[in-house]
Design a protein around this ligand. Structure first.
Ligand SMILES: [Zn+2]
Length: 296
Protein backbone atom coordinates (compact mmCIF):
# COMPACT_ATOMS: atom_id res chain seq x y z
CA UNK A 1 0.00 0.00 0.00
CA UNK A 2 2.74 2.44 0.81
CA UNK A 3 5.34 3.69 -1.59
CA UNK A 4 8.72 2.07 -1.33
CA UNK A 5 10.34 5.21 0.04
CA UNK A 6 7.55 5.63 2.53
CA UNK A 7 8.01 2.05 3.73
CA UNK A 8 11.74 2.69 4.18
CA UNK A 9 11.15 5.93 6.04
CA UNK A 10 8.39 4.56 8.21
CA UNK A 11 10.26 1.32 8.92
CA UNK A 12 12.96 3.27 10.72
CA UNK A 13 10.43 4.51 13.22
CA UNK A 14 7.98 1.62 13.05
CA UNK A 15 7.98 0.82 16.73
CA UNK A 16 7.57 4.45 17.69
CA UNK A 17 4.84 5.02 15.16
CA UNK A 18 2.95 1.87 16.08
CA UNK A 19 2.84 3.03 19.65
CA UNK A 20 1.99 6.61 18.85
CA UNK A 21 -0.48 6.27 16.03
CA UNK A 22 -3.58 4.19 15.59
CA UNK A 23 -3.10 4.06 11.83
CA UNK A 24 0.25 5.19 10.46
CA UNK A 25 -0.54 4.25 6.87
CA UNK A 26 -3.74 6.23 6.68
CA UNK A 27 -2.04 9.22 8.22
CA UNK A 28 0.68 8.96 5.60
CA UNK A 29 -1.97 8.74 2.88
CA UNK A 30 -3.73 11.84 4.08
CA UNK A 31 -0.43 13.66 4.07
CA UNK A 32 0.69 12.44 0.66
CA UNK A 33 -0.63 14.74 -2.07
CA UNK A 34 0.99 12.61 -4.79
CA UNK A 35 -1.82 10.06 -4.27
CA UNK A 36 -4.38 12.44 -5.77
CA UNK A 37 -2.14 14.65 -7.89
CA UNK A 38 -3.29 14.32 -11.52
CA UNK A 39 -0.85 12.80 -13.99
CA UNK A 40 -1.07 12.98 -17.79
CA UNK A 41 -2.61 9.79 -19.17
CA UNK A 42 -0.51 8.06 -21.82
CA UNK A 43 -0.15 4.93 -23.90
CA UNK A 44 2.58 2.74 -22.35
CA UNK A 45 2.76 0.24 -25.23
CA UNK A 46 0.34 -1.61 -27.49
CA UNK A 47 -3.17 -1.45 -26.03
CA UNK A 48 -1.98 -0.72 -22.46
CA UNK A 49 -2.43 2.80 -21.06
CA UNK A 50 -1.66 4.64 -17.82
CA UNK A 51 -4.70 6.43 -16.31
CA UNK A 52 -3.67 6.80 -12.66
CA UNK A 53 -2.45 9.70 -10.51
CA UNK A 54 1.18 10.54 -9.91
CA UNK A 55 1.53 7.76 -7.31
CA UNK A 56 -1.60 5.56 -7.35
CA UNK A 57 -1.36 3.59 -10.56
CA UNK A 58 -4.38 2.65 -12.67
CA UNK A 59 -4.11 0.90 -16.01
CA UNK A 60 -6.44 0.69 -18.98
CA UNK A 61 -6.46 -2.22 -21.45
CA UNK A 62 -8.23 -1.25 -24.65
CA UNK A 63 -10.01 -3.89 -26.72
CA UNK A 64 -12.61 -3.84 -29.52
CA UNK A 65 -15.13 -5.28 -27.02
CA UNK A 66 -14.57 -2.64 -24.34
CA UNK A 67 -12.12 -1.60 -21.66
CA UNK A 68 -10.49 -3.34 -18.70
CA UNK A 69 -9.44 -1.11 -15.79
CA UNK A 70 -6.96 -2.12 -13.11
CA UNK A 71 -7.27 -0.23 -9.78
CA UNK A 72 -10.11 2.14 -8.90
CA UNK A 73 -7.83 3.67 -6.21
CA UNK A 74 -9.41 6.18 -3.79
CA UNK A 75 -13.01 7.40 -4.01
CA UNK A 76 -11.54 10.77 -5.00
CA UNK A 77 -9.55 9.07 -7.78
CA UNK A 78 -12.61 8.01 -9.77
CA UNK A 79 -13.24 11.42 -11.44
CA UNK A 80 -9.50 11.67 -12.19
CA UNK A 81 -9.48 8.22 -13.81
CA UNK A 82 -12.64 9.08 -15.76
CA UNK A 83 -11.04 12.26 -17.06
CA UNK A 84 -7.87 10.38 -18.04
CA UNK A 85 -9.87 7.74 -19.93
CA UNK A 86 -11.80 10.46 -21.77
CA UNK A 87 -8.67 12.52 -22.50
CA UNK A 88 -7.29 9.44 -24.27
CA UNK A 89 -10.43 9.39 -26.42
CA UNK A 90 -12.26 6.47 -24.80
CA UNK A 91 -15.66 6.29 -23.11
CA UNK A 92 -15.69 5.65 -19.35
CA UNK A 93 -18.97 3.76 -19.78
CA UNK A 94 -17.05 1.23 -21.92
CA UNK A 95 -15.20 -0.10 -18.85
CA UNK A 96 -16.54 -3.67 -18.78
CA UNK A 97 -14.21 -5.28 -16.23
CA UNK A 98 -12.65 -3.84 -13.07
CA UNK A 99 -9.60 -5.53 -11.50
CA UNK A 100 -7.40 -4.55 -8.54
CA UNK A 101 -3.83 -5.06 -7.33
CA UNK A 102 -4.98 -5.80 -3.79
CA UNK A 103 -7.77 -5.03 -1.32
CA UNK A 104 -6.38 -1.94 0.42
CA UNK A 105 -8.28 1.33 0.23
CA UNK A 106 -5.65 3.06 -1.93
CA UNK A 107 -6.36 0.58 -4.75
CA UNK A 108 -10.02 -0.31 -4.27
CA UNK A 109 -11.91 2.38 -2.32
CA UNK A 110 -13.25 3.82 -5.58
CA UNK A 111 -14.62 0.49 -6.86
CA UNK A 112 -18.24 0.87 -5.68
CA UNK A 113 -18.44 4.34 -7.23
CA UNK A 114 -16.74 3.25 -10.44
CA UNK A 115 -19.06 0.25 -10.82
CA UNK A 116 -22.11 2.48 -10.30
CA UNK A 117 -20.89 4.82 -13.05
CA UNK A 118 -19.84 2.20 -15.60
CA UNK A 119 -21.70 -1.04 -14.82
CA UNK A 120 -18.34 -2.86 -14.91
CA UNK A 121 -18.05 -6.41 -13.57
CA UNK A 122 -15.70 -6.74 -10.61
CA UNK A 123 -13.19 -9.62 -10.63
CA UNK A 124 -11.11 -10.11 -7.47
CA UNK A 125 -8.65 -12.77 -6.25
CA UNK A 126 -10.44 -15.16 -3.87
CA UNK A 127 -8.31 -14.25 -0.83
CA UNK A 128 -9.30 -10.59 -1.14
CA UNK A 129 -13.03 -11.14 -1.84
CA UNK A 130 -14.18 -11.02 1.83
CA UNK A 131 -12.15 -7.83 2.37
CA UNK A 132 -13.60 -6.09 -0.70
CA UNK A 133 -17.16 -7.17 0.09
CA UNK A 134 -16.88 -6.08 3.75
CA UNK A 135 -15.32 -2.72 2.91
CA UNK A 136 -12.13 -3.64 4.77
CA UNK A 137 -13.74 -5.11 7.91
CA UNK A 138 -12.30 -8.55 7.10
CA UNK A 139 -8.74 -7.32 6.54
CA UNK A 140 -6.28 -9.43 8.55
CA UNK A 141 -4.36 -6.36 9.75
CA UNK A 142 -6.67 -3.36 9.62
CA UNK A 143 -10.05 -4.84 10.65
CA UNK A 144 -10.17 -2.63 13.74
CA UNK A 145 -9.10 0.51 11.88
CA UNK A 146 -12.29 2.30 10.91
CA UNK A 147 -10.31 4.92 9.01
CA UNK A 148 -8.92 2.24 6.66
CA UNK A 149 -12.38 1.16 5.51
CA UNK A 150 -14.00 1.87 2.17
CA UNK A 151 -17.39 1.43 0.49
CA UNK A 152 -18.03 -2.33 0.06
CA UNK A 153 -18.53 -3.65 -3.46
CA UNK A 154 -19.95 -6.95 -4.65
CA UNK A 155 -17.55 -9.21 -6.50
CA UNK A 156 -18.92 -10.77 -9.70
CA UNK A 157 -16.16 -13.32 -10.16
CA UNK A 158 -13.68 -14.72 -7.61
CA UNK A 159 -10.35 -15.34 -9.28
CA UNK A 160 -7.84 -18.07 -8.48
CA UNK A 161 -4.11 -18.20 -9.04
CA UNK A 162 -3.37 -18.48 -12.76
CA UNK A 163 -6.87 -17.55 -13.92
CA UNK A 164 -7.18 -15.55 -17.11
CA UNK A 165 -9.38 -12.53 -17.74
CA UNK A 166 -10.34 -12.22 -21.40
CA UNK A 167 -12.05 -9.46 -23.36
CA UNK A 168 -11.91 -8.64 -27.07
CA UNK A 169 -8.70 -10.59 -27.68
CA UNK A 170 -6.87 -9.27 -24.59
CA UNK A 171 -5.70 -11.89 -22.10
CA UNK A 172 -4.62 -10.93 -18.58
CA UNK A 173 -3.24 -13.52 -16.17
CA UNK A 174 -3.86 -13.23 -12.40
CA UNK A 175 -0.83 -14.36 -10.41
CA UNK A 176 -1.40 -14.81 -6.69
CA UNK A 177 1.47 -13.02 -4.90
CA UNK A 178 -0.04 -12.92 -1.41
CA UNK A 179 1.35 -11.73 1.90
CA UNK A 180 0.69 -7.99 1.68
CA UNK A 181 -2.97 -9.06 1.53
CA UNK A 182 -4.34 -12.60 1.25
CA UNK A 183 -5.25 -12.01 -2.39
CA UNK A 184 -2.55 -9.64 -3.66
CA UNK A 185 -2.49 -10.08 -7.41
CA UNK A 186 0.28 -9.44 -9.90
CA UNK A 187 -1.20 -9.00 -13.36
CA UNK A 188 0.62 -9.95 -16.54
CA UNK A 189 -0.30 -9.41 -20.16
CA UNK A 190 1.44 -9.41 -23.50
CA UNK A 191 1.22 -6.32 -25.70
CA UNK A 192 2.36 -5.78 -29.28
CA UNK A 193 4.54 -2.78 -30.01
CA UNK A 194 6.50 -2.16 -33.21
CA UNK A 195 6.05 -5.76 -34.36
CA UNK A 196 7.39 -7.11 -31.06
CA UNK A 197 5.62 -8.82 -28.18
CA UNK A 198 6.35 -7.25 -24.81
CA UNK A 199 5.65 -8.95 -21.47
CA UNK A 200 4.05 -6.48 -19.06
CA UNK A 201 4.12 -7.17 -15.30
CA UNK A 202 1.99 -5.07 -12.93
CA UNK A 203 3.36 -5.87 -9.47
CA UNK A 204 0.62 -6.18 -6.82
CA UNK A 205 2.77 -5.27 -3.78
CA UNK A 206 5.66 -7.22 -2.26
CA UNK A 207 5.93 -4.86 0.72
CA UNK A 208 5.68 -5.65 4.44
CA UNK A 209 3.72 -2.84 6.07
CA UNK A 210 4.67 -1.42 9.47
CA UNK A 211 3.05 -3.52 12.19
CA UNK A 212 2.68 -6.69 10.07
CA UNK A 213 3.28 -9.81 12.17
CA UNK A 214 5.21 -12.34 10.09
CA UNK A 215 5.56 -14.82 12.98
CA UNK A 216 2.64 -16.42 14.89
CA UNK A 217 0.04 -14.26 13.15
CA UNK A 218 -3.29 -15.62 14.35
CA UNK A 219 -5.25 -13.81 11.65
CA UNK A 220 -2.94 -14.93 8.86
CA UNK A 221 -0.85 -17.97 9.98
CA UNK A 222 0.72 -18.59 6.54
CA UNK A 223 1.74 -14.98 5.90
CA UNK A 224 5.49 -15.59 5.76
CA UNK A 225 5.10 -18.65 3.53
CA UNK A 226 2.84 -16.63 1.23
CA UNK A 227 5.39 -13.82 0.91
CA UNK A 228 8.15 -16.36 0.14
CA UNK A 229 6.05 -18.09 -2.47
CA UNK A 230 5.13 -14.71 -3.96
CA UNK A 231 8.79 -13.78 -4.41
CA UNK A 232 9.40 -17.09 -6.20
CA UNK A 233 6.47 -16.33 -8.53
CA UNK A 234 7.64 -12.75 -9.19
CA UNK A 235 11.22 -13.82 -9.92
CA UNK A 236 9.96 -16.34 -12.46
CA UNK A 237 7.78 -13.97 -14.50
CA UNK A 238 9.17 -12.84 -17.86
CA UNK A 239 9.20 -9.04 -17.73
CA UNK A 240 9.85 -6.36 -20.33
CA UNK A 241 7.49 -3.62 -19.14
CA UNK A 242 8.00 -3.17 -15.37
CA UNK A 243 4.85 -1.66 -13.81
CA UNK A 244 3.13 -1.80 -10.41
CA UNK A 245 0.34 -0.67 -8.10
CA UNK A 246 2.30 2.45 -7.10
CA UNK A 247 4.26 4.63 -9.50
CA UNK A 248 7.18 4.68 -7.08
CA UNK A 249 7.63 0.88 -7.38
CA UNK A 250 9.03 1.35 -10.88
CA UNK A 251 10.20 4.97 -10.91
CA UNK A 252 7.33 6.15 -13.06
CA UNK A 253 7.95 9.88 -12.95
CA UNK A 254 11.56 9.62 -14.14
CA UNK A 255 10.69 7.04 -16.79
CA UNK A 256 7.77 9.16 -18.02
CA UNK A 257 10.09 12.17 -18.43
CA UNK A 258 12.36 10.04 -20.65
CA UNK A 259 9.33 8.68 -22.49
CA UNK A 260 8.02 12.20 -23.20
CA UNK A 261 11.47 13.19 -24.45
CA UNK A 262 11.18 10.51 -27.15
CA UNK A 263 12.58 7.38 -25.50
CA UNK A 264 9.83 4.87 -26.26
CA UNK A 265 11.78 2.14 -24.44
CA UNK A 266 11.69 4.01 -21.09
CA UNK A 267 9.33 1.51 -19.46
CA UNK A 268 11.21 -1.53 -20.74
CA UNK A 269 13.23 -2.40 -17.67
CA UNK A 270 13.73 -6.13 -16.97
CA UNK A 271 16.85 -5.37 -14.90
CA UNK A 272 15.02 -2.79 -12.78
CA UNK A 273 12.24 -5.32 -12.22
CA UNK A 274 14.59 -8.02 -10.95
CA UNK A 275 16.45 -5.50 -8.75
CA UNK A 276 13.21 -4.24 -7.23
CA UNK A 277 11.98 -7.75 -6.43
CA UNK A 278 15.38 -8.74 -4.97
CA UNK A 279 15.42 -5.58 -2.84
CA UNK A 280 11.90 -6.20 -1.52
CA UNK A 281 12.69 -9.88 -0.83
CA UNK A 282 15.74 -8.84 1.16
CA UNK A 283 13.64 -6.37 3.18
CA UNK A 284 11.05 -9.11 3.86
CA UNK A 285 13.73 -11.62 4.92
CA UNK A 286 15.41 -9.11 7.24
CA UNK A 287 12.10 -8.34 8.90
CA UNK A 288 11.26 -12.06 9.21
CA UNK A 289 14.67 -12.70 10.78
CA UNK A 290 14.20 -9.79 13.19
CA UNK A 291 10.75 -11.00 14.25
CA UNK A 292 11.87 -14.64 14.48
CA UNK A 293 14.61 -13.55 16.87
CA UNK A 294 11.95 -12.06 19.13
CA UNK A 295 11.87 -8.50 17.75
CA UNK A 296 8.47 -6.91 17.74
ZN1 LIG B 1 -1.43 -2.10 0.26
Amino acid sequence: MTSRSLVCTVALFAALLAAALASPIKLAAQNDPSWTRPFPPFRIAGNLYYVGSEELASYLVVTPKGLILINSSLQASVPLIKKSVETLGFHFSDVKILLISHAHFDHCAGSARLIRLTGAKYFVMDGDVPVVESGGKRDFQYAAHADMRFPPAKVDRALHDGDTVRLGGAVLVAHLTAGHTKGTTTWTLNVSEGGKTLHAVIVGSPNVNPGYKLVANRNYPQIAADYSRGFDVLKGLPCDLFLGAHGSYFGMKAKYARFKAGDNTAFIDPGGYQSYIADRQQAFEQELKRQSAGGR
